[in-house]
Design a protein around this ligand. Sequence first.
Ligand SMILES: NC(=O)C1=CN([C@@H]2O[C@H](COP(=O)(O)OP(=O)(O)OC[C@H]3O[C@@H](n4cnc5c(N)ncnc54)[C@H](O)[C@@H]3O)[C@@H](O)[C@H]2O)C=CC1
Ligand SMILES: O=C(O)C(=O)[C@H](O)COP(=O)(O)O
Length: 378
Amino acid sequence: MLKIIADNKIPFLEGVLEPYAHISYLPGAKTDASVIKGADALITRTRTKCDEKALSDSGVKMIATATIGFDHIDTAYCDKNNIKWVNAPGCNSGSVLQYIAATIATLTSKLCIDATQQTIGIIGVGNVGSKVAGFANSIGMKVLQYDPPRAEKEGREQFVDLPELLAQADLITFHVPLQRTGIYKTHHLGDAAFFEQCKKNAIIINSSRGEVINNDDLLAALNKQTIGHAVLDVWENEPDINRGLLDKTMIATPHIAGYSADGKANGTSMSVQAISRRFGLPLEDWYPSNIPAPAHPTLQIDAQGMTDQQVWSKAILHTYEILEDDQRFRREPATFEYLRGSYPIRREFRAYCIQLKNGSERLVEMLNKIGFGHVELI
Ligand SMILES: NC(=O)C1=CN([C@@H]2O[C@H](COP(=O)(O)OP(=O)(O)OC[C@H]3O[C@@H](n4cnc5c(N)ncnc54)[C@H](O)[C@@H]3O)[C@@H](O)[C@H]2O)C=CC1
Ligand SMILES: O=C(O)C(=O)[C@H](O)COP(=O)(O)O
């Protein structure tokens, strides 16, 4: 019988593969060579290091990671050794968008900023970055995009170079993969020289990978006030993060930007479907049917006397109150992995209905563009 090892923190998976495989659920960080030996396939998250040490002589034929990022997989080793690997492109991009939208709603309110007067610089414009660009456009921000691999393929028209982005952007948000080498290297892309080129009050947001920013340089830039603020979901050396940096951040979370239930369901189903295709199982169209509904799926907003920004902020923060994650984390930063493993149910915008009293067609269009499931004037 097919033997599969799956990370025990992948939701919606239990019971699905059991009719066709012997499946063991193990903690991701402890899934090493000693337990992998003899498995045909792995279903992982980012916490399982899939390298030569773990895989050589294991017999593993396929690795499916239920995540977007795949920097935990030594893809060159896998390719050389005929181990098929797949990630789950875009699976939780809607969740990261929700994280960034909640960040912008929170910051603009805390710092009394009019979003329509702000420029956002997006570094890496793939699945997540494109959604962030669409959101920023829909709330009236000016958008600058930096993505050299795309510019090379598609032409430079919709992209700027990095110095231009850094000179103009009020908010800078990273959505690149972690690449340690090569012409498109992103490791420590955010370093001292990078921060020196930013506007003095620039806000840096990182929800990509911790190592994309040199955390010591970021802390120094915050201390020297070379930049204004930082919002971090990802950190160098997780879970043992730089506590000095944590204290200087405006919003801090333990790598949960992609943790919506929708994103997790997508990731799990993409992994199951890929395994199914590789091993000929009848689960090629499988998708979880048990995603919990939001506690309060309908929100009524009386827009009388409110600005557009107040309306969209209220709608966004109803779906995701990011400061609750921030507070839980700051209270006990040492519980980084526990907070991730016990993350509450969060549903994305499309699971919500917004009813607008005294609203306008313009607001309805804006909320529809942001991605709410249903928006109506009442
Ligand atoms: N915090 C979290 O929970 C999550 C984090 N992530 C991270 O976010 C990253 C981005 O996700 P997606 O947008 O789905 O990935 P994607 O692969 O769709 O897009 C990445 C984009 O970055 C661009 N890029 C590559 N090298 C670059 C460079 N040197 N400079 C500028 N742009 C560059 C690529 O051309 C591509 O357009 C993932 O690789 C993952 O590491 C993803 C999901 C959740
Ligand atoms: O999809 C990704 O890439 C992520 O970073 C996930 O949202 C977080 O993945 P895990 O660490 O829970 O595997």
